[in-house]
Design a protein around this ligand. Sequence first.
Ligand SMILES: Nc1ncnc2c1ncn2[C@@H]1O[C@H](COP(=O)(O)OP(=O)(O)OP(=O)(O)O)[C@@H](O)[C@H]1O
Ligand SMILES: [Mg+2]
Length: 261
Amino acid sequence: MTDKVTPDDGAIESRGIRVARGDKMILRGVSIRADAGEVVGVLGPSGAGKSTLFRALVGEIPVEDGTVRLFGEDMTRTALWERARAGVAYVPQTPSVLWDLSVEDNLRVYHRIVHGGAWPKRARAGEDDAIARLAERVALSDRMDVRAGELSGGERRRLELARALTRPPKVLVCDEPFAGVDPQQASRLGDMLRGLADDEGVCVLLSDHHVAEALRVCTRAVLLLDGQVAMEGTPDAFQEHPLVVGRYLGNWGRSLPPPSI
Ligand SMILES: Nc1ncnc2c1ncn2[C@@H]1O[C@H](COP(=O)(O)OP(=O)(O)OP(=O)(O)O)[C@@H](O)[C@H]1O
Ligand SMILES: [Mg+2]
């Protein structure tokens, strides 16, 4: 795959995708692009189609029209698992932990799915260390024995994020990573996402209604309205844009602190 990449290719890209759910056209020709090392926020009101766009990008749902490209390669018709193998990790909006397994076993299951190893045989060399590092990254080291179903909302979100990092992603698609997370933890998570982009060159796509935090860590923000891209720009430009103020943030947007990045 990598031999085909040119500087003109985004890490992940959609061109004119249209997606129908039931008899309704939800995405009406969406073209977006995110590059390696970027954090791109896809923001907009509830029902605008943000989750639908993410689902289509990762391959959970098909597109009627248009293309999805990964590092220049057309992946429109490839299955979710093939896109995962190509480096796409996905944190869905809805909770997706294995509720009755401990934090540690949640991480272990995904580690074995990615790296192999039978269950419940002894850990492969390096597995325990890898799991411990993932837990530490999201500050869950002291919660390893807790059943995932007993975690707080924010802890669960962090577990889901750790799971998405099991195979170091090239593209990380995070649907509302800050949902249910308190402001301090959200800020830490935001730093972590930004760090993945800055330090490891990961392309991060995120959506969230915690707009201040999202804009703080984004390099670019895209406004999605009624299944179409209405504007895109820097966090500053986004926050001030009349469409963003009028259709999404209201006057609250004007009171946001200026994004620090
Ligand atoms: N499976 C489905 N069947 C029919 N309609 C659907 C389905 N999934 C989503 N929709 C509709 O598609 C539209 C966009 O939904 P989507 O979940 O993508 O919005 P969103 O921008 O992610 O909203 P939120 O900010 O609330 O998460 C909504 O009108 C929703 O009702
Ligand atoms: Mg959504």
